[in-house]
Unconditional design. Structure first.
Length: 132
C-alpha cells in the first residue's frame, strides 16, 4: 500500500511509473473473477444505477419489449444485455446521449433475439451501444 499516492499493489509493491494512467489497483501475475449477472425473468423495465454499470450483465427472460433506463453515467461504465427474444429500448436521462443522438432520445434494438448488446459510457452522459 502506498497511502501517499492512494495505490495498492498485490504480489508486488505498487509503482507510480506504471503505464495505463497509474492504476489504483496493481496486480503482478494474473487476476480472475466473474461478472455479476442481473436476472430479470419477467420485468419489462429496469432502472440502472452507476453501480450496476460496472461490468454487470443483464439477462431478460421475457419475450416482451424491455425498457432499460440508464443513469447519467460516468466514464468507463459498461454493461452487457442478453436478450433471448423481443425488443429493447435504451432510455438515457434527459441530458444523456446514446450513439451521439439528441439528448434524452431513446434508442431501440428491434428483435434483439439471442443477441448480446454492450453499452459503454465514454464520458459523462455519453453512452455508445454496439451494433450487432
Amino acid at each position: 500500500v502506498d497511502s501517499g499516492n492512494n495505490i495498492v499493489g498485490i504480489m508486488a509493491a505498487p509503482s507510480t511509473s506504471v503505464a495505463d494512467n497509474n492504476p489504483v489497483l496493481q496486480v503482478e501475475g494474473s487476476m480472475s473473477g466473474n461478472a455479476p449477472i442481473i436476472v430479470t425473468a419477467s420485468a419489462t423495465s429496469i432502472t440502472l444505477t452507476n453501480a450496476k454499470c460496472r461490468g454487470h450483465i443483464l439477462w431478460f427472460g421475457s419475450g416482451s419489449t424491455i425498457t432499460i433506463n440508464l443513469p447519467d453515467g460516468v466514464q468507463g461504465n459498461h454493461i452487457k444485455v442478453i436478450m433471448p427474444a423481443g425488443d429493447v429500448d435504451f432510455q438515457p436521462t434527459p441530458s444523456g446521449q446514446i450513439n451521439g443522438a439528441t439528448a434524452g432520445s431513446s434508442l431501440n434494438r428491434n428483435s434483439a433475439q439471442n443477441e448480446i448488446l454492450e453499452l459503454i459510457c465514454v464520458s459523462a452522459n455519453k453512452w455508445y451501444l454496439n451494433n450487432p
